[in-house]
Design a protein around this ligand. Structure first.
Ligand code: TXA
Ligand code: MG
Length: 329
């Protein structure tokens, strides 16, 4: 299949919407990462998403909407906490897990009775969804296991000739995927950390939300997290990645030392440092992808403090590195 590259003109966004309505697969930018969209109510289209990504079919997809009221077509749930979060964070990088209505095919929800719903703040994303006239299931538009795409060129690299169209839009502002929160329990539980933090959510709800305890530990063999996506290999670059934790100055010195050693041994090495957590979130996937392009064999990365957005970035980095950590004392 030849993939059509679309621009962000009104005409092309309408075309993207039409393709989606017809059951085709279209990748589009959101504020977090690029998504690989399909009509969420079309079983066949959703099956094709799993195939195009090489994604295990028990890993459910997030359903994207363009208007707040559209949530009513997907769930009968509407708690006060949901209202507060929608009011404060939608449109934006927050995904809520709620009980699914029967209209949503089981392929979309990976067989679960719950569904993940998000209303993105990206205008391009919302226009495409709105023009399609249907809710849009969209996992990140990468091949399963690869770093999430934050630029159209990343999607072109992974998905060319596997999907019907790609919107060549802007680089994503946030750079890591949305915060996923389970609203079927009280207090709600964060299943995937993102740029909207536990502290912010707790503050607006006036109660302490917690992290799924599985988020805090390394996945073991019998690992059965509530968010199935957490079980799989994720975000991995081709080269070996090592994450360094500890005092900032000591970590930087140690990374430079390791870099020197590797160079001496003729290993193609890259060291990665960040100015702050927001910058780390924005750049991490992009940098890992550029390491792959340049066939870097060893990637040395400075870790972040595991609080606020730093915790969310560390969650991605730990998994990219396959839990390969050096604690610098
Ligand atoms: O920012 C984002 O959320 C991006 C953009 C495209 O919107 N999408 C994204 O989708 O990251 P994906 O499929 O790569 O990640 C969805 C995550 C997975 O970890 C999945 O297991 C979890 O959400 N999830 C989806 N539905 C769920 C459900 N009903 N219960 C628990 N976890 C669910
Ligand atoms: Mg993903």
């Amino acid at each position: 299949m030849e993939t059509i590259i679309l621009s962000t003109t009104e005409e092309d966004l309408k075309r993207a919407g039409e393709l989606l309505r017809e059951g085709k697969l279209v990748a589009f930018p959101t504020e977090t990462v690029y998504g690989l969209g399909a009509n969420a109510l079309d079983e066949k289209a959703c099956k094709n998403v799993y195939l195009a990504k090489g994604r295990p079919t028990d890993n459910p997809m997030i359903v994207h909407i363009s208007h707040v009221k559209d949530i009513e077509s997907l769930t009968n749930d509407m708690t006060n906490d949901m209202k507060i979060l929608m009011d404060k964070f939608w449109p934006g990088p927050l995904t809520m897990i709620v009980n699914a209505k029967d209209v949503i095919p089981k392929v979309t929800t990976g067989g679960l009775s719950t569904v993940a719903i998000r209303m993105p703040s990206s205008e391009v994303a919302r226009k495409v969804i709105s023009y399609s006239g249907c809710p849009i299931a969209a996992p990140s538009a990468n091949l399963s296991g690869k770093p999430s795409p934050t630029k159209a060129s990343h999607v072109i690299d992974d998905m060319s000739n596997r999907i019907d169209a790609i919107i060549d839009g802007p680089e994503c502002e946030v750079g890591i995927e949305s915060t996923v929160i389970d609203m079927t329990v009280n207090p709600p539980v964060i299943l995937r950390p993102g740029i909207i933090t536990k502290e912010e959510i707790s503050k607006v709800l006036g109660k302490d939300v917690t992290f799924d305890p599985n988020l805090l530990k390394k996945p073991e063999k019998d690992f059965k997290p509530k968010s199935p996506g957490m079980r799989y290999k994720h975000y991995a670059p081709n080269g070996k990645m090592i994450l360094f934790k500890g005092d900032k100055d000591k970590v930087r010195a140690r990374i430079l030392e390791e870099e020197k050693k590797a160079k001496k041994d003729g290993i193609k090495v890259r060291s990665i440092f960040f100015s702050d957590d927001i910058n780390a979130a924005h750049d991490i996937f992009k940098l890992l992808r550029s390491c792959d392009k340049e066939e870097v064999e060893l990637i040395l990365v400075e870790g972040r403090l595991e609080e606020g957005v730093g915790f969310s970035v560390m969650n991605r980095m730990l998994r990219s590195a396959g839990y390969n950590i050096i604690e610098v004392k």
